[in-house]
Write a protein that binds this ligand. Structure first.
Ligand SMILES: [Zn+2]
Length: 59
């Protein structure tokens, strides 16, 4: 028996944050064609976003 869950235990998550209000409600504008992001919280639109890397430690 092989437990395949261990494959995901040390995954790095990148979370996108709005540079204005630091909300996580960020989506790709125009389905990614423009490469711009849109914040659903403050309606910020631009290429600049904050990225927060979260290390999950689950054994
Ligand atoms: Zn925002």
């Amino acid at each position: 028996m092989i437990k395949r869950k261990s494959f995901f235990t040390r995954f790095l998550f990148k979370r996108k944050l709005c540079p204005v209000c630091q909300s996580e409600d960020i989506i790709l504008d125009a389905a990614g064609h423009t490469g711009k992001y849109k914040c659903l919280n403050c309606n910020y639109i631009g290429v600049l976003i904050l990225e927060k890397i979260i290390k999950e430690k689950k054994e």
